[in-house]
Design a binder for this molecule. Structure first.
Ligand code: NDP
Length: 480
């Protein structure tokens, strides 16, 4: 049994109520560990540690903060194999993916914000007419809460805590109860890197108990959250009367718009990836694919052929392209959508079935699924499925596809495939989303603003946007 413990004030603790939750391995459906079912008491303890660390940490020089953060990044790099194995086992994602994307990105998050904080500047405004100069201080907030999901566990966990710490805050963080393992391993790495005790505290448990205690705590003044839209709405409701600062990165139902003048082979390869990477469990996946009618039939044939080649397999096998979904309830939710598609007269072009792997019969595997939909109005085309399921349908006109793309309640990202520059410029400005990729997908530059509009959330993460979120601006006006 792998036992996960809370990391508070630099030490590992059992939950105060001594209650534990089973941790499942999605690749075989077996319980392989226990995690704390933490409650309000544990969050209070974590807050107390963070609060007492704040005075010193917020006054620590930028060079020293930066040095420690880069040491944490080096610690993650040195533990690449161990962390990748833990991530793959906990989440069900292919090991090669955890090793090439998730864990390297977790180290990049620390390295990036460790460097960014030394370049973070505030503004000054001089008015020579009335002899005044204004300057803006950017001060850390105090104790902040970071709550992250299960799809990219260490990647998204560190994406929040790195800028929070870099900006001089102390953190109470909660990873998803479904994927706690790598956040637990991070505790040791943090201690080895010499981050002062109490600067980062990690409380494990359910959203309902530990998560709720974080969002309700009156002295945790900002919440950075990534997860489902319903949870985001709940957090906004609870925290609004306390006027907490909020950054919410929520769901998406992202359009992937393909014109016949694109670089076809590039588009096809990337579209397979943007549909099924990480079992389709990425908020940025392009799950609504719209194809210009002139190449629709060709695309349909080629795409389905390529998707059928994707090997569904055990996460540890190097040729596995689609691993296990994260949990049994999630697998069931995704499969329900395949039934809904059938009821709505969608045509399952490939996939649609659970996969039973020899020796891993109880794992949560699903064939990558392509559904041809008769209209963009159906539920599978509107609701976030968050699994290896995409819809395809043709369009004839630019305006028509723009309308369909924008009809969504979500507004996270969009992908556009075209070599027509005028069209690209026009459409990118009209798409109602926070991020647009043209002729590529998920190319991430950590300096850029990241986040969505509509029900995909509020606020932006990344680069100086994240450092602005984790600081309070204070303007000072001096008359001379
Ligand atoms: P949730 O939104 O429930 O979970 C995200 C995080 O929030 C987890 O750490 C969760 O804890 C925590 N949480 C849940 N309830 C509360 C609460 N009341 N107060 C504070 N924190 C809370 O997502 P799910 O994991 O249930 O996934 C549901 C759907 O959300 C998915 O099917 C998908 O559509 C979407 N999703 C979107 C993601 C994105 O990147 N935008 C990522 C993951 C999911 P715990 O898990 O421990 O209960």
């Amino acid at each position: 049994m792998d036992i996960v413990k809370n990391y508070i004030n630099g030490d590992f603790h059992n939950p105060s109520n001594n209650e534990w939750i089973n941790n499942y391995n999605p690749s075989d459906g077996k319980v392989y560990g226990k995690i704390p079912n933490s409650n309000k008491k544990d969050v209070q303890k974590a807050h107390k540690a963070a609060k007492s660390a704040f005075q010193k940490w917020s006054k620590t020089s930028l060079e020293e903060r930066s040095r420690i953060m880069i040491k944490i990044a080096e610690g993650i790099d040195a533990n690449l194999d161990r962390l990748a194995k833990a991530e793959s086992k906990d989440n069900g994602k292919p090991l090669w993916l955890a090793k090439s994307v998730d864990i390297p990105r977790a180290s990049s998050n620390f390295r990036f914000f460790g460097n960014a904080i030394t370049q973070f500047a505030s503004e000054s405004h001089e008015n020579v007419g009335d002899n005044t100069i204004n300057y803006t201080l950017r001060q850390p907030i105090g104790v902040v809460g970071c709550i992250s999901p299960w799809n990219l566990p260490l990647y998204l966990f560190t994406w929040k805590i790195a800028p929070a710490i870099a900006a001089g805050n102390c953190v109470v963080a909660k990873p998803s109860e479904i994927t706690p393992m790598t956040a637990y391993c991070l505790g040791e790495i943090i201690n080895d890197a010499g981050l002062p005790k109490g600067v980062l505290n990690i409380v494990h448990g359910t959203g309902e108990s530990a998560g709720q205690a974080i969002i309700e705590h009156p002295d945790i003044k900002a919440i950075s959250f990534t997860g489902g839209t319903a949870t985001g709405a709940h957090i906004a409701k609870i925290t609004a009367p306390m006027f907490k600062k909020l950054s919410l990165e929520l769901g998406g139902k992202n359009p992937n718009i393909i014109f016949d003048d694109c670089d076809y082979d590039d588009m096809l390869t990337t579209t397979v990836r943007s549909s099924f990477a990480n079992q389709g469990q990425i908020c940025l996946c392009g799950s609504r694919i719209f194809i210009e009618d002139t190449i629709y039939e060709q695309f349909k044939t080629d795409f389905v052929e390529r998707v059928k080649e994707l090997k569904v397999g055990h996460p540890s096998e190097s040729d596995t392209k689609v691993g296990a979904l994260v949990s049994k309830p999630h697998l069931e939710k995704v499969m329900q959508y395949i039934d809904i598609a059938k009821e709505e007269n969608g045509t399952i072009l490939c996939g649609g079935n659970q996969v039973v792997l020899k020796n891993y019969e109880n794992g949560y595997y699903l064939e990558p699924t392509v559904i041809e939909v008769p209209t963009d109005e159906c539920r599978v085309n509107k609701e976030e499925i968050f699994g290896p399921v995409v819809t395809i349908m043709p369009f004839t006109k630019e305006n028509e596809v723009l309308t369909m793309a924008n009809k969504s309640d979500y507004g996270l990202s969009a992908t556009l495939w075209t070599n027509n520059l005028k069209r690209a410029i026009k459409m990118t400005s009209q798409l109602q989303v926070g991020i647009v990729w043209v002729n590529t997908w998920m190319m991430r530059d950590l300096r850029t603003p990241f986040g969505g509009i509509k029900t995909s959330g509020i606020g932006r993460e990344g680069g100086f946007e994240a450092l602005r979120f984790f600081t309070e601006p204070k303007n000072v006006c001096i008359k001379y």
